[in-house]
Design a protein around this ligand. Structure first.
Ligand SMILES: C[S@@+](CC[C@H](N)C(=O)[O-])C[C@H]1O[C@@H](n2cnc3c(N)ncnc32)[C@H](O)[C@@H]1O
Length: 246
């Protein structure tokens, strides 16, 4: 699949399938484990005379989630990126913060929608995303040719060090659930709210806690909040869009 980012008018970013950005496999230890388990069981299913059907069905149990996870990585991530970015009314020049950016899926996608500065915040945790490191992110930035308007911050999403109200848009995908305790996740949401300027928009996509934790906390902070499902994601994700009043 050719990943071609466009923007109306200026700052068009294009890249071929050969040198396209790589955004990694989310939760790769699980995806690899499920794929290996499925492959082993499939080999058993074709090797043993009986009970071949039982082994075949057993191979499907890890095989189906492994396939869906890989499909999300190959095509679903790009659809999710576009869905998240479509939640904003871009007018050009927006300052964007991507919390838990990884390979820059959302933040680098935003560079095709705005000419403003994009801040990518991450601690580059290896278990959360395959190949997760600043070198891969720098490569993605270079492929897109947006070095002049992207800043990488090796910081915790709960303490980004960025100024109050600096962002027109704060984005995050599959990051905040990695914080194990509810108070830690609340701190990440409070940091996102702090970064948003009045009138700014926060969009979070995640596989857990969106309806039960994120939406109520954002509402309690006075933001206008909507939640929805994100199709073609696996594990299934939900999106919360929160707007800060002016
Ligand atoms: C599953 S990856 C998702 C990356 C990217 N948002 C995407 O959708 O492709 C989760 C990211 O969150 C980052 N992360 C996890 N906990 C973090 C924390 N407390 N502070 C900063 N980054 C964190 C990980 O390093 C990883 O890059």
């Amino acid at each position: 699949m050719t990943d071609r980012l466009t923007t109306a008018g200026r700052g068009v970013a294009r890249f071929s399938a050969v040198s396209r950005p790589r955004y990694g496999v989310d939760g790769w230890p699980y995806v690899v484990g499920l794929t290996v388990a499925s492959a082993v069981l499939a080999v058993v299913a074709v090797s043993v005379p009986r009970p071949r059907v039982v082994a075949g069905v057993a191979a499907l149990l890890p095989g189906v989630p492994a396939f869906l996870g890989l499909r999300y990585v190959v095509t679903g991530k790009l659809r999710l990126r576009d869905l998240v970015l479509d939640q904003l009314a871009w007018s050009g020049g927006e300052v964007v913060v991507d919390l838990g950016a990884g390979g820059g899926l959302l933040g680098l996608g935003a560079t095709a929608r705005t000419t403003g500065t994009v801040h990518l915040v991450d601690l580059f945790v290896g278990k959360d995303l395959s190949g997760n490191c600043t070198r891969r992110l720098d490569r993605n930035i270079a492929i897109l040719g947006v070095q002049d308007r992207v800043r990488v911050h090796r910081r915790d999403v709960r303490a980004t060090g960025l100024p109050d109200g600096c962002a027109d848009a704060v984005l995050s995908s599959l990051c905040i659930h990695n914080l194990a305790e509810a108070p830690e996740r609340a701190d990440a949401l409070d940091e996102a709210i702090r970064l948003l300027r009045p009138g700014g928009t926060l969009v979070i996509s995640d596989l857990a806690n969106v309806v039960g934790e994120y939406a109520p906390r954002l509402r309690a902070a006075g933001l206008q909040v909507d939640t929805s499902r994100a199709p073609a994601t696996f594990p299934p994700q939900r999106i919360v869009v929160a707007r800060k009043s002016r």
